[in-house]
Write a protein that binds this ligand. Structure first.
Ligand code: PLP
Length: 406
C-alpha cells in the first residue's frame, strides 16, 4: 500500500515498476560507455537507440533522429530557446505567454534584460490565448515563438495546431513546452506544425533527471551544451543511460490502453470536482472546462490560504500543491492565476489536485471526505480573524493593523 495519497502528479509521478526493471541492468552490469568502440559499450548505444525509437513513437515523430535526450524539461526548454536564438543572431524578438512555466518564463525575462524584446501574450479568465493577439505580435524580427501545450497549474490546453499554423505561415521557428502533455494526450508531430518540443520523463512515470527535445529535421539549431559528439553533436555529455532506458519504457507504457485510461482518470477528476464544488460553498474551478488536461483540477477556496489547506491535508497523508512545484513555498500568488485575472479574494486559496493512472477511487473518496472539513475549519478561523480585526479597528488601533494585513 502507498504510504501517501498522491494528488501531485503534475509536480512529479511515481516511477513505473516496469521502467525501474528496464533500468536496473544499466545501473549495474551494463555500465559501458555508449560512445566506446568495444562491443560492451556499443550494446548500450543500441539500447539508447531503442529508447529513442520508443520516445519518437510517443511523440508521433517522423524519425527517431529528431529526438535529442536531455537531463530534464528545464534543459529542453533552455536548449530549444537558446539554440534557436543562437542560430539567428540578427533577430531580437521572442513571443511567449504570461503563463509559461518558470523554465521558459525566467529565461525569457533574463533574455529581456540582455536586450531581446519579448512579447508576453495575455490570457483570458479561462486561461485561453487570443490568437489575433498572437498574429499581430509577429514581425520580421521575430526569432522564435515559444508556447506551452498545457499549463502545469491549471491544466488549460492551448490550441497548438492553430497556433503552429499562424507561426509557420510567417516562417518563424516554433517551440512547444509539452512537459505536461506527453503521456497524457496523444501527440502526432508528423502532422503538427511544431519545430521543437520539450518533454520530461518524470512527468509520465519515467525517472527524474532525463528528458527529450524533439528537433524537426531541417531545423538549424545550435547546441546548448557544447562538448563531445553525443546526440549527433546536438547535446554534449555522456548519456544518462539508465534514465534514457527508463524513459523509453515509460513512453511505451504511456501508449498502452491510453483512451480507456484517460477516460477513467477524467471520470475520477470530474467526480472529485463535482463533489468539492458541492460540499465547499465558497469554491470555484480555475481554468477552462473543456480545454483542460483530464488529470488536473485547480480549485480556489474564497478567503483561505492554499498553503494552510495543504498543511492540513498533509496531516492525513494527502499530497497536493498550490501550483507549480517550482513556486510552491513562495509567498507570491501564482503568476498564472494573476494573468487570468482571478480576483484577490480567491487567488491565495488555490489548490491543485493532479491525478495519474495509479489514482484509485478510494483515494478520491478520501480527498472528498477530508477537504470539506478542512475548509470549514479554516473558514471558521478566517471569520474569527476578521472579527478580531474589526474589534481592534473599533478600539482605534488601526495604523499598524492595516499595515500588517498587507
Ligand atoms: N515545463 C512545464 C510545463 C513543467 O510543468 C515543468 C515542471 O514542472 C517543466 C517545464 C520543467 O521540467 P523539469 O522539472 O523536468 O525540469
Amino acid at each position: 500500500m502507498d504510504p501517501v495519497i498522491y494528488f501531485d502528479n503534475n509536480a512529479t509521478t511515481r516511477l513505473a515498476p516496469e521502467a525501474l526493471e528496464a533500468m536496473q541492468p544499466y545501473l549495474t552490469g551494463l555500465y559501458g560507455n555508449p560512445s566506446s568502440i568495444h562491443g560492451f559499450g556499443s550494446q548500450v548505444a543500441r539500447k539508447i537507440q531503442a529508447a529513442r525509437e520508443q520516445v519518437a513513437i510517443l511523440l508521433g515523430a517522423a524519425d527517431p533522429v529528431e529526438i535529442v535526450f536531455t537531463s530534464c524539461g528545464t534543459e529542453g526548454d533552455n536548449a530549444a530557446i537558446r539554440g534557436i536564438l543562437d542560430s539567428q543572431p540578427d533577430k531580437r524578438h521572442i513571443v511567449t505567454t504570461q503563463v509559461e512555466h518558470p523554465a521558459v518564463l525566467s529565461l525569457c525575462q533574463h533574455l529581456e534584460k540582455k536586450g531581446y524584446r519579448v512579447t508576453w501574450l495575455r490570457v483570458d479568465g479561462n486561461g485561453m490565448l487570443d490568437l489575433d493577439e498572437l498574429k499581430d505580435s509577429l514581425t520580421d524580427d521575430t526569432a522564435l515563438v515559444s508556447i506551452m501545450y498545457a499549463n502545469n497549474e491549471t491544466g488549460v490546453i492551448f490550441p497548438i495546431e492553430a497556433i503552429g499554423e499562424i507561426v509557420k505561415a510567417r516562417g518563424i521557428p516554433f517551440h512547444v513546452d509539452a512537459v505536461q502533455v506527453a503521456g497524457k494526450m496523444p501527440l502526432n508531430l508528423k502532422q503538427t506544425p511544431v519545430d521543437l518540443l520539450t518533454i520530461s520523463a518524470h512527468k509520465f512515470h519515467g525517472p527524474k533527471g532525463v528528458g527529450a527535445l524533439y528537433v524537426r529535421r531541417g531545423i538549424t539549431f545550435r547546441p546548448f551544451l557544447v562538448g563531445g559528439h553525443q546526440e549527433r553533436g546536438r547535446r554534449g555529455g555522456t548519456e544518462n543511460v539508465a534514465g534514457i532506458v527508463g524513459m523509453g519504457k515509460a513512453a511505451e507504457l504511456a501508449l498502452k490502453d491510453k483512451p480507456e485510461e484517460e477516460r477513467r482518470v477524467r471520470a475520477l477528476r470530474d467526480r472529485l470536482e463535482k463533489s468539492l464544488l458541492e460540499s465547499c460553498p465558497d469554491s470555484r474551478v480555475n481554468g477552462d472546462n473543456e480545454m483542460r488536461l483530464s488529470n488536473t483540477l485547480n480549485m480556489s477556496f474564497k478567503f483561505l490560504e492554499g498553503e494552510a489547506i495543504l498543511v492540513l491535508l498533509d496531516q492525513y497523508g494527502i499530497c497536493a500543491s498550490t501550483g507549480s512545484a517550482c513556486t510552491a513555498g513562495s509567498a507570491e500568488p501564482s503568476h498564472v492565476l494573476r494573468a487570468m485575472g482571478v480576483p484577490p479574494d480567491w487567488i491565495q486559496g488555490a489548490v491543485r489536485f493532479s491525478l495519474s493512472c495509479y489514482t484509485t477511487e478510494e483515494e478520491v473518496l478520501s480527498v472528498n471526505q477530508k477537504v470539506p472539513s478542512i475548509v470549514q475549519r479554516l473558514s471558521g478561523l478566517s471569520a474569527l480573524g476578521k472579527l478580531a480585526k474589526k474589534q481592534e479597528l473599533k478600539r482605534g488601533d488601526h495604523g499598524d493593523q492595516v499595515g500588517a494585513r498587507r
